[in-house]
Design a protein around this ligand. Structure first.
Ligand SMILES: *[C@@H]1O[C@H](CO)[C@@H](O)[C@H](O)[C@H]1NC(C)=O
Ligand SMILES: *[C@@H]1O[C@H](CO)[C@@H](O)[C@H](O)[C@H]1NC(C)=O
Ligand SMILES: *[C@@H]1O[C@H](CO)[C@@H](O)[C@H](O)[C@H]1NC(C)=O
Length: 425
């Protein structure tokens, strides 16, 4: 009986410890909770924010912070280490310089951590003597390589530093102390805390052409903590197949409606809604998150500072997830494969032609997956791929005798072996 108890104890301990499902913690929050009640030591740990598969596991430093009680804080240091020194810049020399920061992780790894974390922040300090900064744009460059114009303690792209937010800049009409450009050491510092753009990849330092101009720059490691609350659905991804509109990047007539995807706040909170039933996407397609499509790189959707976190999530995920859904739903089929539609067995191509309702003469139209996000987030587009230039789908309209009703018939000869997997890869 004793051995059974031990087995049970192990059985119950493992799920609590291994949030990623593969035994690797997802973040330092998981590492800390593993040590709950026992001794936790700051150190290097391997984490895998998106769990098994997907982006590979990587090493970070786990620590705690006095101002973040109860949190396991994930530190992502750049080449300067976890306690970096300030970098010193002095004229004379090039008027414009920059400091680059290398985190030795891929953009996808950095994104996987910021995505599952409740919050990320990075402390930055700019100290200047007779060097005029924060005048020309950009001020710094985000992990994606985007130009950013704000400094620690001020909102994304606000063209402000922390002192402007607190109304205590050394000159009241300035937005940053280092815009003053006089013979006094001035200082701008604070946390950059918009996790969508962290960590800082590069900082621009300007006005260093004269010998008396000096700058000290401090960029600390990125710190991520907290978890996204799992929970109620927020935004929708609407996904459908269309016949490509000729000479246009817009979607042409509808061929096939796929169920809607609904995003919650956590990475794995994705539901599929076919109008009758709402189910977890992984209950329908267990391999959903590991399904590769041709385009694994997310399109660089420019999210503006006013985009809510919910919209950012759906804008970034919908294009890829729509193709995943199309692939998982249809990729085992040809246009001649029978499917059940309205209780009747029909070839998939026939179902599409009845939906399309127009003539598509040979050589036919390409089939594209088309996504649209919820109106509040306002983005749509088609994820067309250039694939073989063979005809794809052709439909003929016939007028039924007596009733004069138009009826669309799938032209099987036009694309008999058109394999849906050829489209979605
Ligand atoms: C960022 O700004 C620099 C300098 O103004 C410019 O050369 C570069 O093209 C910009 N990059 C992006 C991605 O907008
Ligand atoms: C910030 O503003 C610059 C131009 O001022 C723009 O290029 C950049 O895309 C903006 N960044 C974001 C995240 O909106
Ligand atoms: C598809 O269904 C129709 C109607 O039930 C049937 O006549 C036809 O033989 C089926 N085709 C295939 C390939 O199974």
């Amino acid at each position: 009986m004793a051995s059974l108890n031990i087995l049970l104890a192990i059985f119950f301990l493992i799920p609590a410890r291994c949030a990623a499902g593969n035994g690797v913690p997802r973040s330092c929050e998981d590492v800390l909770s593993h040590y709950s009640g026992t001794f936790f030591k700051e150190g290097v740990y391997t984490i895998d924010p998106d769990g098994a598969g997907g982006v590979g596991a990587f090493q970070v430093t786990c620590t705690t912070r006095d101002d973040l009680p109860g949190h396991g804080v994930t530190l992502v240091p750049h080449q300067g280490g976890i306690v970096p020194h300030s970098q010193y810049f002095k004229g004379p020399g090039a008027i414009s310089r920059s400091a680059a920061f290398d985190y030795r992780l891929t953009e996808e790894q950095l994104e996987s951590l910021t995505r599952i974390s409740g919050k990320c922040r990075q402390f930055v300090r700019f100290s200047c003597f007779e060097a005029s900064n924060f005048v020309l744009t950009p001020w710094w460059v985000s992990r994606q390589g985007w130009n950013m114009t704000n400094w620690g303690g001020a909102p994304t792209n606000s063209s402000k530093c922390a002192c402007a937010m607190k109304n205590n800049c050394d000159r009241s009409y300035r937005k940053c102390n280092c815009q003053i450009n006089d013979l006094v050491w001035r200082n701008d510092e604070g946390h950059l805390d918009d996790k969508r753009y962290l960590p800082v990849k590069k900082v621009h330092i300007r006005d260093l052409d004269d010998s008396n101009e000096e700058v000290y720059l401090m960029v600390k490691p990125m710190e991520c903590y907290g978890a996204l609350a799992s929970g109620s659905p927020t935004e929708k991804c609407l996904c459908s197949l269309h016949a490509e509109a000729k000479g246009s990047t817009k979607a042409g007539p509808l061929l096939f409606q796929l169920p809607d995807l609904i995003y919650g706040q956590g990475y794995y909170d994705v539901w599929i809604d076919d109008g009758n039933q709402k189910r977890k996407v992984t209950d329908v397609y267990p391999q959903f998150f590991y399904t590769k499509i041709r385009r694994q790189i997310l399109p660089s959707i420019t999210v503006s500072p006013v985009t809510s976190p919910e919209c950012t999530n759906v804008l970034q995920r919908c294009p890829v997830d729509c193709e995943r859904l199309a692939k998982l739903t249809l990729a085992t089929m040809r246009l001649t494969t029978n499917i059940t539609n309205g209780g009747v067995q029909k070839p998939l191509g026939q179902v599409m032609c009845e939906n399309v309702g127009v003539t598509i003469p040979p050589p036919g139209s390409r089939i594209v997956a088309f996504y649209k996000t919820a109106p509040a987030c306002g983005s749509s587009g088609s994820s067309t791929h250039v694939f073989s230039d063979n005809p794809t789908i052709c439909c003929n309209v016939f007028t039924l005798p007596f009733t004069n009703q138009a009826y669309n018939v799938f032209n099987e000869k036009c694309s008999p072996n058109m394999d849906i997997s050829a489209i979605f890869g």
